[in-house]
Design a protein around this ligand. Structure first.
Ligand SMILES: [Mg+2]
Length: 171
């Protein structure tokens, strides 16, 4: 009698680009619920009845946009390649050291905030300066190159908050 061998289970293949991005962000230590809390802190002064669920939902809407996904994929690929010494020099060293003169890590996420106009841009500037909660945490995470990651998640939060501001209008 033939004995059937257990078949190795294939890795689940993400079915959408958003799932690829979601998986990648999780792999880099990003918790979307923690980012939703920053969105709430940012936007609640203007919308006192805003909920955490609404903020998380706004982040998912932002992550559904193709230009946002492309920015995240590009920035995180550069972080990971720099981490593994796979980028040519002097680029690899600049990204590994988060060289203040490099600056492209702050330019790339503008393609995320630009989707939501000037509110997105001013939110992004504020988050870059204050680095609240998980954004500052990313900056300090050891053993990982996060030169792009901190700016990308600032942009996601800035865009999600701006989206809420646009949808709710002045209170
Ligand atoms: Mg940076």
């Amino acid at each position: 009698m033939a004995v059937s061998q257990p078949q190795p289970q294939p890795e689940p293949v993400p079915s959408s680009m958003r799932e690829v991005v979601e998986h990648l962000l999780a792999q880099r230590g990003v918790n979307i619920s923690a980012l939703a809390q920053v969105v709430l802190d940012l936007q609640r002064p203007y919308s006192p009845d805003l909920t955490l669920d609404e903020c998380e939902d706004s982040l998912w809407h932002v992550l559904d946009k193709r230009e946002v996904q492309n920015a995240v994929l590009t920035g995180l690929a550069l972080d990971m390649l720099a981490e593994r010494d796979l980028l040519p020099e002097p680029l690899g060293g600049m990204i590994r050291r988060d060289d203040p003169l490099y600056g492209i890590d702050e330019i790339l996420p503008l393609s995320i905030v630009n989707v939501y106009g000037s509110i997105g841009l001013t939110n992004f500037g504020y988050l870059d300066k204050v680095k609240p909660g998980p954004i500052g945490g990313v900056d300090r995470r050891m053993g990982q190159v996060n030169t792009f990651l901190d700016d990308l998640i600032s942009a996601l939060v800035a865009a999600a908050a701006a989206r809420i501001a646009h949808r709710r209008g002045p209170s």
